[in-house]
Ligand binder design. Structure first.
Ligand SMILES: NC(=O)c1ccc[n+]([C@@H]2O[C@H](COP(=O)([O-])OP(=O)(O)OC[C@H]3O[C@@H](n4cnc5c(N)ncnc54)[C@H](O)[C@@H]3O)[C@@H](O)[C@H]2O)c1
Length: 338
């Protein structure tokens, strides 16, 4: 298949582009590199033995998207591009409207214009808001806790509305839980700009001495060790789920959400301890107060993904942190040195 991948140089996008290339698909990555490096796709090309087409450009450039869709006639679009920092979205909500919502609207308009009606979209478990119960199924009520979450809700709603308005759309709205890890070569991985928002990159940067300790926000939750529990998913498993979604896109009738997680939760202290084992050293941490808006436990029910995609996670927490550590050790400053 001929695929347009938006945000192909990002953390999840680069791993997915690799799986698409290895499976024989042709890829064009459109990325403005606002949170990534072109180096990621150079390394993907080496690992795959062939290169994706690469275009530097912005989703908000409506004319560019239209021209690209008209010229290339893609079979499907895999839409990763977007901003994802919750704290930043609270401080600068309009940037999230512009980049995520307006950018996605341009993409959908360009797809509609050329009749390309196959889409795989990066949604998130954040659309479930504060969980009412675990594990979370796709029928759990949706709500937004912050502007980032709202951008995912609105984009999902645009997809639902569009699919209802005319027939022929096939849209997989993939709701990721917590993607971590890296390709087992250690050559591609997560390279967050500035201070990482997510636990695992922060823990790994602490292990290489970039931070004095990990902050554990709350140790008095009603969980076995008192720290928050999340459903972590290895990024290579996640990338393979995208391959399955692309190849089975015709089985999505209209816009359908699917959870992507392992269905198993790990606590913050489980992660710090597993990462310490992978790195061969104790990782220092300090317990602080709970953060407003953090749920005690969030883990998903992945059974629909197994049924719809014929896919299940293969990698557990040990491999997630071992692979993340290999990437971090080989690339202590991320792609900068590449
Ligand atoms: N990583 C997570 O924890 C997580 C969880 C749930 C959902 N998601 C979603 O998955 C997608 C990919 O996440 P990621 O972790 O790979 O993030 P990332 O920041 O590494 O990748 C996003 C990519 O999109 C590009 N981009 C951003 N805005 C753009 C624009 N306007 N035009 C062109 N390119 C643009 C960035 O440069 C980057 O390469 C995002 O939509 C994110 O919201 C991520």
């Amino acid at each position: 298949m001929k695929l347009l991948v938006t945000g192909g140089a990002g953390f999840i996008g680069s791993h997915a582009v690799l799986e698409f290339l290895l499976a024989g698909h042709d890829v064009l990555s459109l990325d403005n590199y606002s949170n990534s490096s072109p180096e990621a796709l150079k390394r993907v090309a080496k690992l795959a033995g062939r290169a994706p087409e690469v275009l530097e450009g912005d989703l908000r450039d409506e004319a560019l998207l239209l021209a690209l869709m008209r010229e290339k006639r893609f079979d499907a679009v895999v839409h990763f591009a977007g901003l994802k920092a919750v704290g930043e979205s609270v401080e600068k909500p309009l940037i999230y409207v512009d980049n995520n919502i307006v950018g996605s609207a341009h993409l959908l308009k360009a797809m509609k214009d050329v009749g390309c009606k196959n889409l795989v979209f990066s949604s998130s478990c954040t659309v479930y808001g504060m969980p009412q119960k675990n594990p979370i199924g796709e029928d759990h009520p949706r709500s937004a806790l912050n502007p980032y979450g709202r951008s995912k809700l609105v984009i999902e709603d645009m997809c639902f509305d569009l699919a209802r308005s005319e027939s022929g759309w096939h849209m997989a709205l993939l709701r990721y839980f917590n993607p971590v890890g890296a390709h087992d070569s250690g050559d591609i991985g997560e390279d967050p700009r500035g201070i990482p928002n997510n636990l695992v990159p922060f823990v790994m940067q602490t292990a290489v001495g970039r931070h004095p300790h990990v902050n554990v926000w709350g140790k008095d939750y009603p969980t076995p060790d008192g720290t928050g529990i999340r459903d972590y998913i290895h990024v290579v498993d996640l990338a393979k789920a995208h391959l399955a979604a692309v190849e089975r896109i015709a089985s999505f009738n209209g816009a359908e959400p699917v959870n992507l997680g392992t269905g198993k939760g790990y606590s913050v202290l489980d992660v710090i301890s597993a990462a310490g084992k992978a790195a061969g050293k104790d990782i220092p941490y300090k317990v602080g107060p709970r953060r407003a808006g953090d749920a005690p436990e969030v883990w998903g029910n992945p059974s629909l993904a197994a049924k719809k995609l014929g896919w299940t996670c293969e990698k557990g927490l040990g491999e997630m942190v071992a692979d993340h550590w290999r990437w971090q050790k080989k690339n202590p400053e991320g792609y900068k040195a590449g």
